[in-house]
Design a protein around this ligand. Structure first.
Ligand code: ADP
Ligand code: ZN
Length: 601
């Protein structure tokens, strides 16, 4: 079987996506791979296809129980013999699974990193024919990454202990240079092929709102998407409770997820969401890793996350089926202050020396600044994201709020000159807060303490609010006229561009929202008329089939697959198989029912 045939037969897809073929070829030829691909890009195919083609077993190291279960259920649906070994199994189940693995019953085995060190697993691995080791969420190996997992450090020892070293593939959605270096070094990868695919997710729409009432904004967003699945991320458990309760009171089928709930309730709520019994999941960031529900139509952040890595990973859980989906962030200044507080008051991990701890903290501050920058920018949001991840991107995408919205451009040349003067004459040693207070002529402790009321610019922008002055300061930061120092209290400094502002003739423009802000709404390309009706019927059928099998609906077929069926209306098994997402096993299992439904329609 070729890799293309495997993709067609098991997954039902016609073509590989960017990066997949290269990664698969390398692994098949015995070469190590390190792949950085954004959430939803299709990392699992990169090791699942080789797993099907290689003679022996593929071991997938994965950090989360829910992730393993989900992946294994999906694989079994596709006709791939797979299993997982983790703490959710009883000891007897574990032994049984190992016995079957020994007997060569599985092609793919998912294991938690802690398992690799256990006696039972080691002795199994010594005699088993292991063709490939794939490390999922490989950034967990680095303390510079977001979710450090010390047990990941044992993976290389495990690989080296095998009688014959198989190729190792490392996969992650986010890897800054630090993290990438750690992955290469700590996993002891040998001359790995490096695969990076574009971070762009074309089907995602991005928007940031700064509403006066987050609740009202959220309700409006949810109500305008009736029956659509969505995730609402909140910063704290308490906010999850409040927001979920509020949505339920408003008659919305919402459920909740956070680490403070009993394991039993967490599992139940997660399943309610996966099985479409609850359409909205309100959760902390504890929810989602490994959740491959492909028809999540929107991800709303009720609070700003701490960095762009977290944001893009969480937002990326929308629209994995490639259908248009929205990622909307509800921002407030309080979110920034909370995040700052957490950074300054976090306890460094015990084993860290003071220098490393300080470096980590400064890195967190910088990440937070970048995150805040995303919330405040009026530039193309997609471009902002892609540039953050080190990619080139045009300054117009046409499918984010900032690109679709009619901003008003106001000339802030005069204000800019005054801001520059104020920063300059006060000695470039104050942050945006004090500068804004000074220019607005505020009477505060800091203004008095530092004698800012004696500056010539004191009160020079009295007609503006402090928020408006800050908005302009932010614009100057973005334009590179000002820069902010590092440290817990960033201080504004002038760059060489400041001179252009003072002496230059070109006006400085700032995009600002107009009062009569027209509501732009990106309407996903919806099906019309009969297609829509057939799509609805197919969804009903899918729900029935899923219930019968005891699996979530999206694992039967994705929304995208059903939509394609509704439009193409296959009449024969061969035509049905030509629909993207219909593999052999699924065609056999569900094909007849779906063809009949289409026929009778
Ligand atoms: P990641 O792990 O990178 O977040 P997944 O491996 O879960 O992403 O894949 C995301 C979705 O894209 C899945 O539903 C998967 O079936 C689908 N997918 C992967 N590869 C392809 C492909 N070549 N063509 C079409 N869909 C694909
Ligand atoms: Zn854009």
């Amino acid at each position: 079987m070729t890799k293309e045939e495997a993709l067609r037969t098991y997954f039902g897809y016609d073509a590989f996506r960017g990066g997949q073929a290269a990664a698969i070829d390398a692994l098949l030829s015995g070469r190590d791979v390190v792949a950085v691909m954004p959430t939803g890009a299709g990392k699992s195919v990169c090791y699942q296809v080789p797993a099907l083609l290689l003679p022996g077993i593929t071991i997938v190291v994965s950090p989360l129980v829910s992730l393993m279960r989900d992946q294994v259920t999906a694989l079994v649906q596709m006709g791939v013999p797979a299993a997982y070994l983790n703490s959710s199994l009883t000891f007897r189940q574990y032994l049984l699974a190992l016995e079957r693995a020994r007997a060569g019953r599985y092609k793919i085995i998912y294991v938690a990193p802690e398992r690799l060190e256990t006696e039972g697993f080691r002795s199994f691995a010594e005699t088993a024919d292991i063709s490939l080791v794939a490390v999922d969420e490989a950034h967990c190996i680095s303390q510079w990454g977001q979710d450090f997992r010390p047990s990941y450090l044992n993976i290389s020892a495990f690989v080296n202990s095998l009688p014959k070293r198989p190729p190792v593939g490392a996969f992650t959605a986010t890897a800054t240079p630090d993290v990438r270096g750690d992955i290469l070094k700590l996993l002891e990868l040998k001359d790995p092929l490096s695969v990076t695919t574009g971070f762009d997710r074309e089907n995602l729409y991005f928007e940031v709102q700064q509403p006066s009432s987050k609740r009202a904004a959220l309700l409006e967003l949810v109500r305008s998407r009736p029956g659509k699945c969505g995730i609402v991320y909140c910063a704290t458990r308490r906010t999850v409770e409040e927001v979920c309760g509020f949505l339920q009171e408003e008659g919305i089928a919402a459920t909740r997820y956070h680490a403070g709930l009993e394991a039993e309730e967490r599992l139940k709520n997660q399943e309610d969401f996966l099985y479409d019994r609850a359409v909205v999941m309100v959760a902390t960031n504890a929810f989602g890793m490994g959740i491959d529900k492909s028809d999540v139509r929107y991800v709303i952040h009720y609070n700003m996350p701490k960095d762009m890595e977290s944001y893009y990973q969480e937002a990326g859980r929308a629209g994995r089926d490639d259908a248009p989906s929205s990622c909307i962030l509800l921002y407030s200044g309080q979110d920034v202050r909370t995040a700052q507080f957490l950074i300054e008051h976090s306890e460094p991990r015990e084993e860290l020396d003071a220098v490393t701890a300080a470096r980590l903290r400064e890195r967190d501050r910088e990440r937070l600044r970048q995150m805040e920058g995303y919330c405040r920018t009026r530039r193309c949001l997609r471009q902002y994201i892609l540039q953050y991840f080190g990619e080139f991107a045009p300054d117009y995408c046409g499918t984010c709020y900032n690109c679709l919205h009619n901003f008003e451009e106001v000339d802030i040349s005069r204000e800019a000159k005054l801001i520059v003067r104020c920063v300059s004459e006060s000695g470039q040693c104050f942050g945006a807060g004090v500068i804004a207070e000074t220019l607005c002529g505020a009477v505060t402790d800091k203004v008095r303490k530092y004698h800012m009321d004696r500056e010539s610019t004191y009160g020079a922008l009295r007609e503006l609010t402090q928020a408006e002055v800050r908005e302009r300061i932010h614009c100057l930061l973005e334009e590179g006229v000002l820069e902010a120092s590092s440290g817990p209290y960033p201080v504004l400094r002038l760059t060489e561009k400041a001179e252009d502002v003072v002496y230059g003739a070109a006006p400085l423009l700032m995009r600002t929202d107009r009062e009569d802000r027209p509501a732009v709404r990106l309407v996903p390309t919806e099906l019309k008329g009969e297609d829509a009706e057939l799509f609805r019927r197919l969804r009903v059928l899918r729900a029935k089939a899923a219930r019968f099998q005891g699996i979530p609906a999206y694992m039967v077929f994705s929304d995208k697959t059903l939509r394609e069926m509704a439009v193409r209306r296959p009449a024969t098994m061969a035509q049905l198989r030509a629909v993207s997402g219909v593999g052999s096993a699924k065609a056999e299992r569900y094909g007849r029912q779906f063809l009949e439904e289409i026929q009778s329609f």
